[in-house]
Design a protein. Structure first.
Length: 508
């Protein structure tokens, strides 16, 4: 009887890990789709090839995605702590799959930005829920190994987008007859295959919806969360507290609006600081109210309440450095490769379909798979703080080398983007190792959901600044992205305010 229970427990662990890995893989696929389709989709929707205009809308769409992911991290983290990890994860995957697919039928650039925001709600939630579920089900000694898999899975998905793009380009000439044979009208055949077939790639983003059936049927709930439910602590989460998240999301969207309209920069800066303050309070509000209800009349727990909020803010800063370095710098690499490779094509008024951006994304993602695994193992060998500092220094050097040494697309470009992509993405193996270790079970999904995803708000502001710097530098990706990569110096300093958790059990 006992051996049967152990076998079921072991089977449940692998089912949870499989579901989470697939979820993270599809997360990477969703994130990788837009860098591939950004230029052709916006050339199509805006009817322009002006790099400054396109860069501005890439910044808006990217910022909308990041704000959505930040909001979703808190929203679905709340659902995970209130209703359970598995049910919330099912909803999160369904959300990002459906709304990514809807991008394939968009008619305007603003619709892309809006749909990216909603799809990102689910993607941001899935990351924190999957991490919480897997780390709670598997033994403590497996954490470094699991964190390595988490980071690698997302980047495998990112890599698959590049492969999918190359495959689509290879069959593009023969695709119209196949679509016509399926009964599609000439209008839809032309619409789907125009401008590198970007709509087909976005429609393919709906496929992860099938994963939800597997999750609901086979994945067990976390026993740690179930214990919290039996204790009655999950009832301290109240739906009315989500009003704070809504206000925070509106304030974050206001930041995007501030930087997309023509206003004096002092007004933009002051408005951004105020909106960021409101966003922070709004996103923290559900956790603050939960903790206040939990510790009423308990002075000792009150001190723990303050400690939890401080750790959430600290985690957001650590994640913000990594995310800002990625989204305001290296995520622009495929678009830069597209710009370098398609100049002659655009001049001859041909439909741009250069494979260089796909090769760039494949090289970045390949490096990232190795980088995330290395980062998780490094954190276990050297400790969490030393490893984070080393990753910051290495990422800064690699990003600057990539943007300053390349002037044309070629072998040097691919080698340096492999290294820079690997090092700058390595944090996504470190963060799933560290963040679960600084929060107890009752607030783990919400705490790490806020910590990781609030960093996306910071990254969204950075992405808008990259777009502004590009306009200032005449559409130069290297100059704008090199400046934004200096954020890693901030990470070198703030990591020493974080607690060292190597060798300690996951907090109950």
């Amino acid at each position: 009887m006992r051996s049967q229970a152990q076998a079921e427990n072991q089977s449940g662990r692998w089912m949870a890990l499989t579901a989470a890995l697939l979820g993270w893989l599809f997360d990477g696929l969703e994130m990788g789709l837009f860098p591939q389709v950004a230029r052709p989709s916006l050339i199509d929707l805006l009817a322009t090839q002006d790099d400054a205009v396109i860069g501005k809308w890439i910044g808006v769409a990217t910022a909308s995605f990041l704000v959505g992911a930040a909001t979703g991290g808190v929203l679905f983290g709340w659902l995970g702590d209130r209703l359970g990890r598995v049910r919330a994860m099912t909803l999160s995957v369904l959300t990002y799959a459906v709304f990514t697919g809807l991008c394939g039928v968009a008619d305007h650039a603003w619709q892309i930005a809006a749909l990216r925001f909603v799809s990102a709600l689910g993607m941001g939630g899935e990351w924190s829920l999957g991490v919480a579920l897997v780390m709670e089900i598997w033994p403590n000694q497996s954490r470094a190994f699991l964190a390595a898999l988490i980071g690698a899975a997302a980047n495998v998905g990112y890599l698959l987008v590049g492969v999918l793009t190359l495959g689509l380009a290879a069959i593009m000439q023969s695709l119209p007859p196949w679509l016509a044979a399926l009964g599609l009208s000439d209008y839809w055949v032309t619409r789907l295959t125009a401008h590198s077939g970007w709509r087909i790639l976005m429609l393919a983003g709906a496929l992860p919806a099938l994963l939800t059936f597997f999750i609901r049927l086979f994945v067990p709930e976390s026993s740690r969360w179930q214990k919290e439910q039996l204790r009655g602590t999950t009832s301290h989460w109240a739906a009315r507290d989500l009003l704070g998240v809504c206000i925070g999301a509106l304030a974050a969207l206001g930041i995007i609006l501030l930087w997309t309209v023509d206003l004096p920069w002092p007004i933009q800066l002051a408005g951004t600081v105020f909106a960021l303050f409101v966003t922070t309070l709004g996103f923290l509000f559900p956790a603050m109210r939960f903790l206040q209800r939990e510790v009423e009349g308990n002075e000792t727990s009150g001190l723990a309440w303050q400690s939890t909020i401080k750790r959430m803010l600290l985690g957001a800063c650590l994640s913000g450095v990594a995310l800002l370095g990625t989204w305001a710098s290296m995520q622009w690499a495929p678009s830069w490769a597209d710009q370098l490779a398609s100049a002659d094509t655009l001049a001859s008024a041909k439909d741009p379909n250069p494979p260089e951006k796909a090769f760039t994304q494949i090289a970045m993602a390949s490096g990232a798979v190795f980088g995330t695994i290395l980062a998780a193992l490094l954190g276990d060998w050297l400790g969490r703080r030393v490893s984070y500092m080393l990753l910051c220094l290495a990422s800064l050097g690699a990003a600057l080398a990539f943007f300053q040494l390349n002037h044309e697309f070629g072998s040097v470009f691919l080698i340096t983007v492999f290294l820079a992509g690997g090092l700058t993405a390595s944090f996504y193996g470190w963060l799933p190792l560290y963040l679960p270790e600084i929060f107890r079970t009752g607030v783990r999904a919400t705490g790490q959901g806020f910590s990781f995803n609030f960093g996306r708000i910071i990254a969204a502001i950075g992405a808008l600044q990259t777009a502004s710097l590009m306009s200032l530098f005449g559409g130069s990706y290297p100059k704008a992205c090199s400046i934004m990569s200096l954020i890693y110096l901030v990470g070198v300093a703030i990591i020493w305010f974080a607690p060292e958790t190597r060798g300690k059990p996951l907090p109950e």
